[in-house]
Design a binder for this molecule. Structure first.
Ligand code: 5GP
Length: 203
């Protein structure tokens, strides 16, 4: 089997339930780690270094210049980016790495790492998405409408991904991701090193 881990990307509208599904995936599926992004946005209440690497903008820009970001994007006026060195260390150590990032970043990954597997998490319906956004109770009506409009735009880009997940339940969505990972590990291209080892084995 290939010694190198697989690079997985997950995007989807805010309220689709990516965060909870990812937490369940990490429990369910072996040998997978979640990348911690850098961002210039200020921490929300309860957020610490485990959520993001919170950086001042000048430091973030220096890291882009130095080629230390595998991808980066501006979202809602703030920079977000994936640390290249950490991701590559994990992949080289044989761990699968999951990036939970928005669409512009996902499409940069597609360009730079064509072998990456892009997954898009959709809600079962727009009505369900709206209910989830309202259920959080953290946003005004105007903010909810704005997020729904952004979500419609994101759905229009979903066809560029390799897989579409439908988040009806947390368990179901985590299982779908795990199944994709298993299938991708068994692609003929991913199994090439294993096949080579078999051929070289002496009888
Ligand atoms: P939030 O501020 O709500 O934590 O994240 C806003 C958006 O930024 C989400 O869609 C999240 O997936 C995305 N995001 C988080 N980290 C990164 C990253 O490293 N790169 C990119 N391109 N997007 C990210």
């Amino acid at each position: 089997m290939s010694d190198r881990g697989l690079l997985l990307v997950l995007s989807g509208p805010s309220g689709a339930g990516k965060g909870t599904a990812v937490r369940r995936l990490l429990e369910l599926c072996d040998n997978i780690v979640l990348s911690i992004s850098a961002t210039t946005r200020p921490p929300r209440e309860g957020e610490g270094p485990g959520h993001y690497d919170f950086l001042p903008q000048d430091e973030f820009l220096r890291r882009i210049e130095a080629g230390r970001m595998l991808e980066h994007a501006v979202y809602n006026g703030q920079y977000y980016g994936t640390p290249a060195a950490w991701v590559d260390e994990q992949l080289a150590a044989g761990r699968h790495v999951l990036l939970e990032i928005e669409m512009q970043g996902a499409l940069q990954i597609r360009q730079r790492r064509p072998e990456a597997i892009l997954m898009f998490m959709a809600p079962p319906s727009m009505q369900a998405l709206e209910q989830r956004l309202r259920g959080r109770g953290t946003e005004t009506e105007q903010q909810i409408q704005a997020r729904l409009a952004i979500a419609r735009g994101e759905l229009a880009g979903a066809a560029q991904y390799d897989y579409i997940l439908v988040n009806r339940t947390v368990e179901g969505a985590a299982e779908q991701m795990c199944a994709i990972l298993t299938a991708e590990r068994h692609r003929a291209s991913a199994m090439e090193p294993f096949l080579q080892a078999l051929q070289q084995e002496r009888n």
